[in-house]
Design a binder for this molecule. Sequence first.
Ligand SMILES: Cc1ncc(COP(=O)(O)O)c(C=O)c1O
Length: 386
Amino acid sequence: MEPIYLDYAATTPLDPRVLTAMLPYFSGEFGNPHSIHRWGQRAEHAVEAARAAAALVLHCRPDEIIFTSGGSEADNLAVRGAALAERERRGANHLITTPVEHAAVLATMRQLRDHFGFDLTLLPVDATGRVSPAEVAAALRPDTAVVAVCYACNEIGTVQPLPEIAAACRAAGARLHTDAVQAASQLDLNVQALGVDSLALGAHKLYGPKGVGLLYARAGRPLLPMQTGGDHEAARRAGTHNVPGVVGLAEALRLTDAERAAHNARFTALRDRLIDGVLAAIPHSALTGHRTERLPNHASFVLEGVDGNELLMHLDLADIGASSGSACKTGDPEPSEVLLALGLPRAWALGSLRLTLGRATTDDHIDRVLAVLPGLVTKLRAALPA
Ligand SMILES: Cc1ncc(COP(=O)(O)O)c(C=O)c1O
């Protein structure tokens, strides 16, 4: 039987149409976009066409797009670059974020607190992982430099009320960054409607290549560059462009935007059948994250008294690729901070399971998971020491 991949939140396969767009830039069109000659001009043209295409999807100006090596780098540049620039500009020394952020944001915020002397407020979240705009408004101070709230959480799929949070930040004069790395394949990326000052995404979560991403950085909001060197990307990010990667990112974004609605309708139906099936068949199981305000492709659970990593190994032996939450957490015996922030007891948080659907997921895949998973959970629970 064909193995079933249900870990599209960790990464997605490259869309063959994206590969076709990228291929010339590995060979014939190998120029450096900074070179003066025709080879360089053609590469520069490809990078600028990609920037314009990405800007169309994000509803921003092309010069507000900064190409990076991925989502992590885009988050680092947005958070650290804005924090240090705001401190220099107006002495702002306070940062706000949430406990449900990816490590690319949370570790950057903690580094700014521990090594650069910023004050850091971690906002509370409710049991579904949602941040309340009123809590954001209450935490904002005149010296708040940056607020970072993810668009959708990678571990639990919860979507945050960004436009309302953005309004609170704007009123207080603080900058709002959003990590849209998980959201980008499924949610609208109109940065004007979202009201954010910066937004990070990475190509490999949207059927594009690994090692390339972008940061939308609103014009007029200074960023201290994190990678210094040449004046690439208008002196905001040094380094010769990954031309095939940038071309692939733009093509992946364009296709995602054009096809999003059709995929989402299918994902939502499959996801809901999976969630209802798991909760009905497995006693002492619970959905993590919000029931409706969640990514269309995302189903995540906690299973009391089950070792999540052991379950993943058994699922792999049953030809099902799943995750315990985030790819960065795999193999870590500690319960995830995100799950603890929801108020879950440790014995539940250790049994986390994330199943994320993608373009190749079928009804048959969901049937097979529902046929295999309950038996595996019973077996693992029976093997527990009394
Ligand atoms: C929410 C979120 N932010 C950031 C990242 C990091 O992105 P990248 O792998 O492109 O560095 C990920 C990837 O797992 C993610 O899910």
